[in-house]
Each structure stands twice: as C-alpha cells, then as structure tokens.
Ligand binder design. Structure first.
Ligand SMILES: [Zn+2]
Length: 384
C-alpha cells in the first residue's frame, strides 16, 4: 500500500522547523520540492498526480478563460470543462486501474467523476455535508477520518488525501501567524496517527507527505484590468478582446484575441511596472481551448486580482498568498518526506520536482505510467 498526503500551502522554509523530527524517525527528506508555475493548488495537484506539467494536463490555474470568449471560468467545485476524461486518463489512478490496482482519493482537486478511483471523496461533497462549509478544521477532520477508514479497510493499494487547513489559515491570518503555525502542529499530529496506524496494520507500506506550494506575505495590490481600462486598450477590454484572469494571486493569466504585435505591445507595457517580475509568453500552438497568451508574474509581496471596473477588490484583507514563479519567490516551493519498506532510511536530497511524485510512486508499484517527470531514485530502494 502506498499513501500520499498533501499538506496544502506549507513552504519548505516553514517545514524546516519540523524536518529534524522526521529524519530522527527514519524518514527520508526532500528539502525543496520545486512547484509549478503558476504555483497554485489546482495546477500543482494536477502535476503531482499526472507526473506532467500543464502543457499536458491543461490545468494552468484555479481560474481560466476560453481563449476566444475571454469568459472568466472558476474551476472550484471541479468544473467539468477541465475535470473530464482528458485529465482523468493522465492520472496515476488510471495507470493503477489498468494494472488491476485500487485507489481511494480524499479531497484531491479536480477528481470529480474520475472513473479510475474506486472510492472518491471530493472536497465539494464533504463541504455539502458540513453545516459550516467554511470550518476548515472540520473538513480536515473528515479527511483524517476517511483516510483512517480507508487504511483500516485494507481495500486499497493507493490512498491520496489532501489537508487544506494550513493554506486557508495562512491566507487569512498570515503564513507565520499563530493560527496558521499551531495548525501545522495539528496536521503533523494527524500524520503521526496515519503513520502509526500503517505500522500497526503490519502491511508493507510507503508513506509520502508533500506540499503543493508555499505562501508568502502580501503588502501591496495590483489590478492589471483596471490599468487596461485607463489605457489605450480600454475599448479592447470593454469589447472582451483582452483580459487578465486569476484569483488573489502572485500571477495572472493573460487572454487576448488581438494579433501578435498588439499582444507584444501590451506585454512590453506591463513589463515596465515595478510590481511586475516578468511577463511570460506561452509559445506554440496548444490543443487546449483554455490556453492563455501569457502569464504575468508579479514581484514578491504584490497581490494581483483580475477585477474589471466597476468590480470591487475581494482580497484586500488577505495576508499571505502564492502563485509566483518559484524561481523568483523561493518560498513558493514545497517539501516532501517519505518512509516505508521501499524507501531509504534518513536520506536527504536537496531538490526534486512535483512532477517526480507520480512516476516515483509508479516505480514503487512496479507499473508503467507515461508522463514527463522522472523517478526520484535517491530516495527509494531498488529491487530487481
Ligand atoms: Zn494549494
């Protein structure tokens, strides 16, 4: 049995406080798990579970637009535009099912309707059960309860679960706030319970714990659509020909139906703002209808939002955020620790990537899983 646990939003720098205890318990550790760009939950979890980046799974952000209509589409609640067979068939769940292996999946984004998961609990279905859907500790308690039941049942070869509370508290109170850091200790206690249960059950198991991205502080706000509304591209914005799309985030997707020359001018224009780190142009034809023209990456501590006047900002009270390019804001990167019968004891590796998770798990299962990521050989014991 392999168990994969996601602790949403915990940066590798914060996890350093706790890593010693894991090493003393014979866990192997990957100091820095390089995240995706944009460094957001849906992109990162799709990459972890498929083993490929968004040029293959097309989950580029939590918000998207159709390249032609420029209509803003939120993926929350597992939107079927992206959460469909095209995505499902690229997941590790599918490769496992193809080899007769069973999966249980709890609160993992974009899994609704995935036919290769034998027992699926979506975050949206759990929220409907709770009286207060905003009570993130109740959502995580439910995730723990369901994970424990899944392990005890012995019915699954693979269990993937996600805990969301730290990320939510960090956004609300700050990444280093008392509320958020106390919650980390609660999550580590959950991990301890899961590990103890796996040991007690005496089944051969491997346990992987990772985070999808980190968090960093918010100081200022940036509204690129408001800037467009004040610019010579005002009519293009109002005619739905151009738009920045995103949450309160360190980066925003840029959609446009204008020609290359005009897009280049807009990108050069935004590149001059002190809030902007870099305007990444996405090159080449994509088979996705949701592929943006570019991604506007902001500098650390700047929070972007896609409001179009007269819309009002929604994220002014947010204390921490993510989304930045991980090579510019190092805190965006996550961590990984693992233990188990196929895992080396107390090995430390400096760096791996999110897309290494799925192929490494496939290697432990001794199955093939087509993807772009490579196996993390240094952490696992090789059997011939
Ligand atoms: Zn996340």
């Amino acid at each position: 049995m392999n168990v994969l646990i996601s602790l949403d939003g915990l940066s590798y720098t914060l996890f350093e406080r706790y890593s010693k205890a894991f090493i003393e318990n014979n866990f192997s550790i990957c100091h820095k798990l390089v995240t995706t760009f944009p460094s957001v939950t849906f992109n990162a979890h799709a990459t972890a579970i498929t083993g490929s980046n968004h040029d293959k799974h097309f989950v580029i952000d939590n918000m998207l637009s159709h390249f032609r209509t420029i209509e803003r589409i939120s993926l929350y609640g597992d939107h079927e535009l992206i959460c469909n067979e095209e995505l499902h068939k690229k997941t590790l769940f599918r490769s496992l099912a193809a080899h007769g292996l069973t999966s249980c999946c709890i609160h993992w984004p974009l899994t609704s309707g995935n036919p290769y998961i034998h027992h699926l609990v979506t975050e949206s279905s759990s929220k409907k059960q709770l009286l207060n859907a905003e009570a993130i500790d109740q959502i995580d308690d439910l995730a723990l309860h369901k994970t424990i039941k899944a392990i005890e049942s012995g019915a699954y070869d693979f269990i993937a679960s996600r805990f969301v509370g730290y990320d939510a508290l960090s956004h609300k109170h700050g990444k280093d706030s008392l509320e958020a850091t106390l919650y980390v200790e609660r999550l580590l206690e959950y991990i301890g319970r899961i590990d103890a249960l796996l040991k007690k059950n005496q089944r051969s198991y491997n346990l992987f714990i990772f985070s999808d991205h980190g968090q960093s502080d918010v100081e200022t706000f940036f509204y690129p659509n408001e800037i467009l509304e004040q610019s010579r591209w005002r009519e293009n914005l109002l005619n739905d020909q151009i738009r920045f799309v995103g949450d309160g985030s360190g980066s925003l997707l840029f959609y446009s139906t204008l020609d290359n020359r005009q897009n280049r001018e807009i990108m050069d224009y935004f590149g001059q703002f002190p809030e902007v780190n870099h305007f990444y142009e996405l090159e080449g034809a994509s088979s996705s209808e949701y592929q943006p023209i570019g991604i506007l990456d902001l500098n650390a501590t700047v929070c972007g939002e896609d409001i179009v006047p007269p819309e009002q900002p929604k994220y002014r009270t947010m204390k921490s955020l993510h989304g930045y390019h991980p090579s510019n804001v190092d805190e965006m990167n996550g961590f990984m620790v693992c233990t188990g019968y196929q895992i080396n004891r107390s090995t430390t590796i400096e760096e791996a990537r999110l897309e290494n998770i799925a192929p490494t798990l496939a290697k432990l299962f001794q199955i093939s899983h087509p993807c772009d990521g490579g196996i993390i050989h240094d952490m696992i014991r090789e059997y011939d």
